[in-house]
Write a protein that binds this ligand. Structure first.
Ligand code: FE2
Length: 303
């Protein structure tokens, strides 16, 4: 039953024009839209769909305003959908090529065969003392680096639904807890993935709704440049850039007009099936490091 990755995120938004501008500025590739529906793709062919907040085609919202309305997961084989359908039983229904259900928090979920395209590896070659991997070559800005892939969704839940949520995600859906932080939430990895997490159930805000979607860029420089580009375009940063403690990725967060935030990431940990769940009594802290500045602190860190 290998759920491999996030295949599509569907937002219901109050201002589709602003949301479309946001995803274009962030480096998603626009696809042809119709009837007020706008769609974007990553290099690895995951889809962001934007619909008007009152579009009757959308599943019910768990919070008011612009927010995530459906999270669709990609599976590797058609038979995987049959196994998932069996595990979910009457809680799931077939809807064309998609199997649909709802998680204990009211978040609408879909599952379908993934349509992956592979992003070519794009590495910069570092120099350090006598290790010289870049000779007679200068670095230049990445410029408008594309969004390679959506790597995870962080979802806020109520504390009361934490155990039921874990039972659901780690039960019929087959996710594994990579890091379980007893005062914050659980970093989950789907069976087909090696990413440190591709779903995070966060109960610290103690309310249900979207926290953020994270997208992978080439490297540290691309993440820093993307944040600068978003600020230049008028979008607001929600926390200072840094490198996370759990996951080890560098990050920049910006507030998103579709609800929650968008996180640009690079260089995240990969955990294979030998990894044993680590349980933390207390949150070990957000950052290995974070940019310090004498300027005002960004607001709305979100977790
Ligand atoms: Fe994240």
């Amino acid at each position: 039953m290998p759920i491999f990755r996030i295949e599509e995120v569907v937002y219901g938004v109050e201002d589709t024009g602003e949301a479309a501008r946001f995803f274009t500025d962030a480096g998603f590739a626009p696809l042809t839209g119709s009837g007020g529906v706008q769609r974007f793709r990553t290099v690895e062919n995951q889809i962001v769909t934007i619909r008007p907040v009152d579009d009757p085609a959308l599943p019910p919202a768990v919070e008011p305003g612009s927010t995530l309305r459906e999270l669709v997961w990609g599976v590797e084989e058609a038979e995987d959908l049959d196994v998932l359908a069996e595990h979910l039983g009457t809680a799931a229904r077939r809807d064309g090529d998609t199997l649909r259900t709802t998680d204990p928090n009211g978040l609408a979920l879909g599952f379908r065969l993934m349509a992956r395209t592979h992003a070519p590896v794009h590495l910069r070659h570092p120099n350090q003392v006598d290790h010289r991997s870049r000779i007679n070559a200068r670095l230049t800005p990445h410029g408008a680096a594309p969004v390679l892939r959506i790597v995870h969704c962080a979802y806020n839940i109520t504390r009361a639904r934490n155990e039921a949520s874990l039972d659901f995600w780690c039960g019929p859906l087959g996710f594994k807890a990579v890091d379980k932080v007893l005062d914050t939430g659980t970093f989950l990895q789907s069976e087909g993935d090696v990413e440190h997490h591709n779903f995070f159930l966060c109960f610290r805000p103690d309310r249900a709704g979207i926290n953020h979607i994270a997208v992978e860029l080439w490297d540290f420089d691309a993440v820093m440049e993307a944040g600068n580009r978003m600020i230049d375009a008028g979008w607001k940063e929600s926390r200072r850039p840094g490198r996370h403690t759990l996951g080890s990725n560098v990050y920049r967060f910006v507030h998103a007009p579709c609800g929650g935030r968008l996180e640009f990431v690079a260089d995240m940990d990969r955990m294979d099936k030998d990894w044993q769940t680590r349980v933390w009594e207390k949150n070990p802290g957000h950052n290995i490091w974070m940019i310090k500045s004498s300027g005002p602190e960004p607001t709305g860190a979100g977790d």
